[in-house]
Design a protein around this ligand. Structure first.
Ligand SMILES: Nc1ncnc2c1ncn2[C@@H]1O[C@H](COP(=O)(O)OP(=O)(O)OP(=O)(O)O)[C@@H](O)[C@H]1O
Length: 270
């Protein structure tokens, strides 16, 4: 596996008409680590991941995987596992059938389907049609699909949404196990308490980059809650009491960290 950054964003900007969804993002994802991409609704997380995967064209700047744009990366579908809404499924198929089709497309051994079904806790539901799956079961199937090629890099957009407590614990254990094997995970999430238990590195975006660095640096080795640090960096949501100051100034975990301040850390230095 490469020693450089697995993923690199350089001055990445995306505008949709008059709306700038992502502005001048520069950060890297280091190998063998779980990196959490955090930001509130509409912060630009999915747009960033879509540009990384070549599903949306940047307005300016670049996003690379293993040093190449995803579309030019040899064996990209084997090296990068992706779980993201809207990547398509097979109408009327069971979970097992869907995985078998992906597996055959990738030239994987037939046993791989059962392996990933077991990893995500979906073995018992494998022979039911996907259209009857709950939200959490669909998430599990999406994760299973991403895991199929035993990828070096996993890119997961909100994988914990809809998961029950067992599913969330299983997800956390799977991601930690992958990192322990030297694989790299980039995962977007809103679930800050869960993120705090899972990730090594944190990226906070709110259209612009607010932080990129280690979780330990951000929380002072656990002295501060991630949630407090998140609000200090991302700012309070417009229209809330805290944003308007109606309830007085909110306590901040680190008074130096103001919304809009420069990123405090960089994944490029240890
Ligand atoms: N295809 C599109 N056309 C127009 N605007 C878009 C498009 N895709 C995203 N946007 C806008 O870009 C901004 C960022 O959206 P994005 O989906 O990247 O946010 P997000 O951080 O993933 O949000 P969430 O947490 O709700 O999933 C939003 O203002 C959104 O409305």
């Amino acid at each position: 596996m490469s020693a450089g950054p697995v993923v690199a964003f350089r001055n990445l900007t995306k505008s949709f008409g008059g709306v700038t969804a992502v502005e001048d993002l520069t950060f890297e994802v280091r190998p063998g680590r779980v990196t959490g991409l955090l930001g509130r609704n509409g912060a630009g997380k999915t747009t960033t991941l879509r540009m990384l995967l070549g599903l949306a064209a940047p307005t300016s700047g670049s996003a690379t995987v293993f040093g190449s744009p995803y579309a030019q990366l040899p064996r990209a579908a084997h090296r990068v596992g992706v779980c993201m809404d809207g990547l398509g499924s097979v109408p009327g198929a069971t979970g097992r059938r869907e995985l078998d089709i992906w597996s055959a497309t990738l030239g994987l051994p037939a046993r791989r389907t059962d392996e990933v079904l077991g990893l995500v806790g979906l073995s018992e539901a494998a022979d039911r049609p996907v259209k009857g799956y709950s939200t959490g079961m669909r998430q599990r199937l999406g994760l299973a699909t991403a895991l199929l090629p035993d990828p070096e890099l996993l890119i997961l957009d909100e994988p914990a949404n809809g998961l029950d407590p067992d599913g969330i614990r299983q997800l956390r254990e799977t991601l930690r196990a992958l990192a322990a094997e030297g694989r790299t995970v980039l995962v977007s999430s809103h679930l800050l308490a869960e993120v705090e238990q899972t990730v090594d590195d944190v990226v906070v975006v709110q259209r612009t980059l607010r932080y990129a660095g280690t979780l330990a640096d951000l929380t002072g080795n656990g002295a501060h809650r991630l949630e407090d640090r998140f609000f200090a960096l991302a700012g309070e949501a417009p229209g809330t009491d805290a944003a308007s100051g109606a309830t007085g100034p909110r306590p901040e975990a680190n008074p130096e960290a103001k919304p809009g301040s420069k990123p405090e850390g960089s994944l490029t230095h240890a």
